[in-house]
Ligand binder design. Sequence first.
Ligand SMILES: *[C@@H]1O[C@H](CO)[C@@H](O)[C@H](O)[C@H]1NC(C)=O
Ligand SMILES: *[C@@H]1O[C@H](CO)[C@@H](O)[C@H](O)[C@H]1NC(C)=O
Ligand SMILES: *[C@@H]1O[C@H](CO)[C@@H](O)[C@H](O)[C@H]1NC(C)=O
Length: 274
Amino acid sequence: MLLAVAVIVAATGAALAATPTPEAAPPPTAPPPNISQVIDGAGQFGTFLSLISATSVGDVFQAQANKTTTGISIFAPTDKAFSSLEAGVISKLTAQEKITLLEFHALSAFYPLSALQQAADPVIPTLATDHAGAGKFTINITNQQGTVVISTGLSKAALISTLYNTLPCGIFAINQVLLPEEIFGRPSPAPSPAPSPAPSPFSGASPTSSFPPLASISSSPALPFGPGFAKNPPLSPSSGQSPEGSHSPPCLPPSTLSIVSSLVILAVFNYFFL
Ligand SMILES: *[C@@H]1O[C@H](CO)[C@@H](O)[C@H](O)[C@H]1NC(C)=O
Ligand SMILES: *[C@@H]1O[C@H](CO)[C@@H](O)[C@H](O)[C@H]1NC(C)=O
Ligand SMILES: *[C@@H]1O[C@H](CO)[C@@H](O)[C@H](O)[C@H]1NC(C)=O
C-alpha cells in the first residue's frame, strides 16, 4: 500500500516535471481562433458568452486576439460561478461597469498555461487596467500546490481547465467570477451585498487540490534505492492515528483492553459455572 502510494507520487512528480516542456514552440503564425466559438464549444459558459456579446466586449477580445504577436489570455467563469453570486450582483451594474468587469477577466497578452503556473511576479494588469490606468484592476496569480489561483482581494478563483492554449490565445475556465475591489468595494462587514466570503477557492472541487504539495513531491525519496525502498516516513500515518485516545487508560490500547476483559469474564464464568 505504502509502496503503491510512493510509486504514484513518484509518477505524478515525473508527469508534472515533464508538462511545461512540450508546448514550448507554438507555430508563430497561427491564425486567431474565433473566441466565441471556442468558449461556446466548451459548454457551461452561457452567462459569460451572453455578457461579452451584449456588451461587445467579445469584439474587444477578438480584436486583441487578432494582434497575433501579442494575443490575449481570457479567464472564463463557468455558469456555476455566476450562479453562485448573489442575485443582482451583475445586473445592478452600469453598462460601463459591466464592460470593465468583463475586461477584468482578460490579460492583454497571451500567457500559456505553463507561464501562469510559474507566475513569478504575482500582480498582473488586466485588459481593464489598460483603460483605467496603471495599478488599477490588477489580479494576483499564484500557484497554490499545483493549482493556478487568481485573487482580487474579494474573490479567489481556481483555474479548472484549459480551452485554448496556443499563441495568440489562451482561454481558461475558472470556478469563481473575479470581483474587482474598484467596483465592489473593499472587503468589510456590511457595505455591498456583493461577494459571499468565498467558501473556498476550490469549491469547484478541482481534483488537483488533493495532490501533495509540490515541495513534498520534489523531496520524495530518491529513486536510486528503488521506489518505496524503506524510509518513507512522511507518508506513514501510523504514529498519529488515534484521535479518540483521551478517555482510555494511558497504557493499554483499546484492543488489548477488550482481550483482557474477555479473559476476565471467561475466568469468572469458569469459576462459577464449571
Ligand atoms: C465567430 O463565431 C460567431 C458564432 O459562431 C459568429 O457569430 C461570428 O461572426 C464569428 N466571428 C468571426 C470574426 O468570424
Ligand atoms: C479578427 O480577424 C478576423 C479575420 O481573421 C476578422 O474576420 C474579424 O473581423 C477580426 N475581428 C476584430 C474584432 O478585429
Ligand atoms: C497580491 O500580491 C501582492 C504582492 O505579493 C500583495 O501585496 C497583495 O496583498 C496581493 N493581493 C491579493 C488580493 O492577494
